[in-house]
Design a protein around this ligand. Structure first.
Ligand code: URP
Ligand code: ZN
Ligand code: ZN
Length: 462
């Protein structure tokens, strides 16, 4: 199997040049000017950008949560991802409480097996960590699961105490694992939730009011301090606000290995949009919640200045009818999460590149190259170079479209971006050398995505 992509403008995290790419089987084997070789498939990319496939390191496919299960499974979720130019993802496997990490990993591998249409890896969510289980973290790293998520939020569900986090971080530092932190002060939030409910404030916007930005700032500071004491790197997931951003910026200014991602919902939405009379605000219920609008430009600046290294989606879709409406009379019963696996590259291209907040190279870096580097996949993924997997997106910078539930491919009955006009979209998408999206048609195959055995943390970032 050979493919030649001709005349495209190749954009990586560092470079921007016109060139041709030759692919044999699943790898890029040659890059040059005016390559004149025969190939089974020739794709003319004139006028288009050729970028490394997007990598979404924060998804929840087929995940039981909040009394229901996220609406995309590994087939519908990865297919939607592909339409939006994402060719790899890292989902979260959950350690069943009191059981081994291996049991959690096996459950999530079975969910993905035979369904995934793009490559995927797993983080492991740690729900408890007695001393005798610590060595299991090393087994996970040997299996290619080199990152773990721990929660400072959701008491009695996923939250663990500071000692557990500290122990996990200490061991992670020894074995080359990265600890990802959900940073919100869950105990204080629970108190505020109780007060809010007692006052009769039950509509969706009160979800956001009961999880203040300070609770995220405090937990972000604590997560970083615990990591510093443990001598470990730390990665803050779904960072939403300036309070938390400042904590990451301070840590990085001190030279600490602190990294953070934000998500499109925090770059494009704000809390004022949740205060609607008709339960529509439930479509924007996730944790951490939406913030005041001024935080958005702070997050964009954080992306530009490298305080934030990654944009991931936290894709966790629940249908409005039948799932979100479980909380029609009480916001505490609304399943937390929103859909956007398909829209990450589109939204950040529009808000970042078209609206001139970040460069084209930085757009590639935060959506593909940095995720690959931080999570042990680089240069196999996140790069257009000889020897890399041929996960390639041919991006049409002039394509115009309107995001809508009528046309999206996610298995969910609403879009968080309904009616939003976007310039720029994936035109052709290749996963390990095979065309999986072309002419707005899906050509991928369930089961063709394979498990990514990731390397330990440690690839240096620029
Ligand atoms: O509301 C959210 N973010 N749901 C997914 C679970 C998580 O905390 O990432
Ligand atoms: Zn989280
Ligand atoms: Zn999440």
């Amino acid at each position: 199997m050979s493919t030649l992509i001709k005349n495209g403008r190749i954009i990586t995290a560092e470079q921007n040049y016109i060139g041709d790419i030759f692919i044999e089987n699943d790898k890029i084997t040659l890059i040059g000017e005016n390559l004149d070789m025969s190939a089974k498939t020739i794709i003319d990319a004139k006028g288009k950008y050729v970028i490394p496939g997007g990598i979404d390191v924060h998804t929840h496919l087929d995940m039981p949560f909040g009394g229901t299960t996220s609406a995309d499974d590994f087939y519908t979720g990865t297919r939607a991802a592909a339409f939006g130019g994402t060719t790899s993802l890292i989902d979260f496997a959950i350690q069943p409480k009191g059981k081994s990490f291996k049991e959690g990993l096996d459950i999530w591998k079975a969910k993905a097996d035979g369904k995934a249409t793009i490559d995927y890896g797993f983080h492991m969510i740690i729900t408890d960590l007695p001393d005798e289980r610590i060595s299991e973290m090393s087994n996970m790293v040997n299996e290619g699961v080199t990152s773990f998520k721990l929660f400072l939020a959701y008491p009695n569900v996923l939250m663990v105490d500071d000692a557990t986090i500290f122990k996990a971080m200490k061991h992670a530092a020894k074995i080359g694992a990265l600890i990802c932190m959900h940073a919100e002060n869950g105990m204080v939030i629970d108190e505020i939730v109780k007060e809010t409910v007692a006052a009769g404030n039950l509509s969706p916007v009160y979800h956001a009011h009961s999880r203040p930005a300070l609770a995220e700032g405090e937990a972000t500071h604590r997560a970083i301090a615990l990591a510093q004491m443990a001598g470990a790197p730390v990665y803050i997931v779904h960072l939403t606000c300036n309070d938390a951003l400042e904590k990451v910026a301070d840590a990085r200014a001190k030279g600490l290995p602190a990294f953070a991602e934000t998500c499109p919902q925090y770059l494009f939405h704000s809390i004022d949009e949740m205060d609607t009379p008709d339960f529509e605000g439930a479509k924007l219920v996730f944790s951490p919640p939406l913030r005041e609008k001024w935080n958005q430009e702070k997050l964009w600046a954080g992306l530009k200045q490298n305080t934030l290294q990654v944009v991931a989606t936290d894709h966790c879709p629940f249908n409005f009818k039948g799932q979100k409406d479980m909380g029609i009379d009480d916001f505490t019963k609304i399943p937390n999460g929103g859909p956007s696996i398909e829209n990450r590259l589109q939204l950040t291209f529009q808000g970042g590149v078209v609206e001139k907040r970040i460069s084209l190279n930085r757009w590639v870096e935060v959506n593909s190259t940095n995720p690959a580097k931080i999570f042990g996949m680089y240069p196999r993924k996140g790069s257009i170079s000889v020897g890399s997997d041929a996960d390639i997106v041919i991006w049409d910078p002039e394509a115009e479209h309107v995001i809508s539930v009528e046309t999206h491919h996610m298995n969910v009955d609403y879009s968080m971006y309904e009616g939003k006009k976007i310039k720029g979209n994936a035109d052709t998408v290749l996963s390990r050398g095979k065309v999986i999206v072309q002419n707005n048609e899906f050509k991928g195959v369930a089961g063709n995505g394979s498990f990514i055995k990731r390397s330990p943390f440690g690839t240096p970032l620029d």
